[in-house]
Design a protein around this ligand. Structure first.
Ligand code: NAD
Ligand code: DAU
Length: 349
């Protein structure tokens, strides 16, 4: 029986991956390991927390002794590693936190996995979830391919690139079975409102300024988070060991255009006069070293593993806005910090 350790499962993408695996594979044991940093929110997992194949372990990936115990206790057979510091702006003000979790934490997890699986390394898989930001910033109309040389530009992307290199080094040196995927910007339910889309939805809701870095000309390639979770399921089960897969939506938007779209849709949904929310747009100082454009070529995963996005952006953004408007408690708990008491209330009693 598979016993899969999913790290970072209380975060944005991890919560969708955990929910998908718990519901789709009742025969698997799913162990969600998360340190519950500011970005970890167990309210994201309310729908599966009572499932018999779901287990939660509050732990830090830097703590090897605790990791060893968890591997032993749950007989971990495979790892899907999402735990990370994920916000570029935070990496600019505190790079060492990104080295600690994204680099040291990943290497620690690789070491513990290698030791735990030393008798039969080739029967286990270490799946590392990474980002398109490792490829750097595009200044022409080309796309990131799996073969594009790494050229990270921010402390966040440098730390993710470093972790990708370590995963490949462990595959080469110790013959661990590994796979890596590099995905573009995700959007959807459970997204922490420090990131552009949920931040703007929350600020429009509260009539607060919408801060646009620079001129809003930077381009991101947006993918609905549940499609990313489906892709992770596909790569986990069908990906070739030692290989890399790019995941993206072929869906590029300038930041300013996406914010205008959110304003327009939210005016309609909130019954506000057309143009009301656009007045909240405020151009602010640019992000230091701001990457201009990301764009993923997701041909390989389509051709080799038969995965492609299931949702058009128009549909995904409607679902997303509706989710936030129907789950204002979630937003209020996150912005007030109340979500951080969920663990004590539900797991410590
Ligand atoms: P997130 O910040 O929402 O969640 C990260 C989770 O990791 C949180 O639950 C947090 O508590 C946990 N965590 C952080 N440090 C930890 C530690 N030391 N030990 C254990 N747990 C820890 O992040 P996300 O946006 O869901 O991203 C998940 C992964 O996907 C990351 O590896 C990120 O680099 C990658 N990724 C994200 C995107 C995106 O658009 N959000 C796109 C491509 C790839
Ligand atoms: O490309 C994948 C990456 O996407 C992931 O690896 C990261 O974990 C994830 O955070 C995301 O990084 P970005 O920096 O692209 O996402 P963010 O939502 O922070 O910003 C999106 C764009 O919007 C970016 O060009 C910066 C801009 N922005 C962001 C914020 C928070 C603003 O203009 N104003 C803002 O307030």
């Amino acid at each position: 029986m598979k016993s899969i350790l999913i790290t970072g499962g209380a975060g944005f993408i991890g919560s969708h991956v955990v929910s998908l695996f718990v519901e789709k594979y009742p025969e698997y044991k799913i162990v969600n390991l998360d340190a519950l940093t500011y970005a970890g929110n167990l309210e994201n997992l309310k729908e599966v927390e009572g499932a018999s194949n779901y287990h939660f372990e509050k732990a830090d990936i830097q703590d090897s002794e605790t990791l060893k115990k968890i591997f032993q206790e749950h007989g971990i057979t495979d790892v899907i590693h999402l735990a990370a510091e994920s916000h570029v702006d935070r990496s600019i003000s505190d790079p060492l936190a990104f080295v600690a979790t994204n680099v040291m934490g990943t290497v620690n997890l690789l070491n513990v996995s290698k030791e735990a699986w030393s008798d039969n390394l080739n029967e286990h898989l270490f799946y590392h979830v990474s980002t398109d930001e490792v490829y750097g910033s595009l200044h022409d109309d080309s796309f990131f391919l799996e073969t594009t040389p790494y050229d990270p530009q921010s402390p966040y992307s440098a730390s993710k690139a470093s972790s990708d290199h370590f995963v490949r080094a462990y595959a080469n040196t110790y013959k661990m079975r590994t796979v890596i995927s590099n995905c573009s910007n995700n959007y959807g339910p459970n997204h922490f409102p420090e990131k552009l889309i949920p931040l703007c939805i929350n600020n429009i809701r509260n009539n607060k300024p919408l801060p646009i870095y620079g001129k809003g000309e930077n381009v991101r390639d947006w993918l609905f988070v549940k499609d990313h979770a489906r892709a992770i399921d596909t790569v986990f089960h069908k990906g070739k060991s030692g290989d890399t897969y790019n995941i993206g939506g072929f869906n590029e938007w300038k930041n300013i255009d996406i914010v205008r779209l959110l304003c327009q849709k939210m005016d309609e949904k909130l019954g506000r006069e057309k143009g009301t929310s656009e007045k909240l747009i405020t151009f602010v100082k640019d992000r230091a070293g701001h990457d201009l454009r990301y764009a993923i070529d997701a041909t390989k995963i389509k051709e080799e593993l038969d995965w492609e996005p299931s949702l058009q952006f128009e549909e995904g953004i409607e679902i997303t806005i509706d989710w936030y408007l129907n789950n204002q408690d979630w937003l209020d708990h996150v912005t007030s910090g109340e979500y951080q008491s969920y663990y004590e209330e539900h797991y410590q009693s």
